[in-house]
Design a protein around this ligand. Structure first.
Ligand SMILES: [Zn+2]
Length: 283
């Protein structure tokens, strides 16, 4: 009996010690939005070449149902799942979440989850806020739908136009409001990617947001195929570990999210304003 008890205690201790391992310095979460056909045709072979993980956020919005030149089929989405990539939820209609639309969110999530199950894909546990718009009233709806992690944009800390963002702090950010660290834009070069990636380290995780590679349907977030290949080759060369959003689970204490999910954003905005002020008064 004593031995059994000791074994149980050891297992419990071990489990506790393993609950939140330190975040490796070179950790990147790779995310793709909007079901672009280029995700299957162009991103997939590159990611497989380097053994990178990624999350593909699926919506049936835009011209998904009729335009199969620009959007994936469910067969292609299922193939990404079978390859080991994560399939995430991005709502049926690419619904921008506001206080007014939040009542429609549960059904929007369920349609995508159902189509996943019908195609042999588990119901998503990750979500990307459509158009990067978020509202705290949606958090319980996401939890109810089985969503554990949700990615937002770089706002409010960094204006959308800059395509920048902040690194994800697993012990400070709410798991349903994970910030984007870098949001790839048409005019990005490898230097922009390097700048985004430089925001990681010291316990922070880099979260990259891509749309089509290329994206003829959403030109304002297009990434040329050759550029994308250049970015991935650089991450590989620099020995970054590249994972799907669901894989952050091991670094997150999901049972104890911050009581005020917006506090960390306010804190970052204040410290950024303070930094600007002191640098401008310094001369
Ligand atoms: Zn989107």
């Amino acid at each position: 009996m004593k031995t059994a008890f000791a074994a149980v205690a050891t297992v419990a201790l071990f489990a506790f010690a393993r609950a939140a391992p330190a975040v490796p310095d070179k950790l990147v979460v790779l995310t793709f939005d909007d079901s672009s056909a280029s995700h299957h045709a162009n991103a997939r072979p590159v990611l497989k070449r380097y053994g990178f993980g990624a999350t593909f956020f699926i919506t049936e919005g835009f011209t998904f149902s009729t335009n199969k030149r620009d959007y994936m089929t469910w067969q292609q989405i299922a193939e990404l799942h079978r390859d080991g990539f994560e399939i995430g939820n991005h709502t049926r209609d690419h619904l921008g979440i506001t206080e007014k639309t939040v009542s429609r969110l549960a059904e929007q999530l369920e349609v995508i989850a159902r189509h996943c199950r019908e195609n042999g894909i588990p119901a998503p546990v990750s979500f990307a806020w459509p158009g990067n718009r978020f509202h705290v009233t949606a958090l319980p709806v996401l939890q109810q739908a089985g969503i554990r992690f949700a990615r937002r944009g770089g706002e409010p800390e960094v204006p959308y136009a800059q395509g920048g963002g902040v690194a994800y702090e697993p012990d400070g950010d709410h798991p349903l409001l994970i910030p984007t660290t870098g949001d790839a834009r048409p005019d990005w070069t490898l230097d922009h990617l390097k700048r985004a990636v430089a925001r990681g380290g010291k316990g922070r995780i880099i979260v990259l947001q891509f749309h089509g590679v290329p994206d003829g349907e959403h030109p304002w977030v297009n990434t040329p195929r050759e550029r994308f290949e250049e970015y991935m080759a650089w991450l590989h060369q620099e020995h970054y570990t590249v994972i799907a959003l669901r894989d952050v689970a091991r670094y997150v204490d999901e049972k104890h999210p911050p009581a005020d999910p917006l506090a960390i954003m306010e804190r970052r905005k204040k410290s950024a304003a303070g930094a600007t002020e002191s640098s401008s008064t310094k001369r």
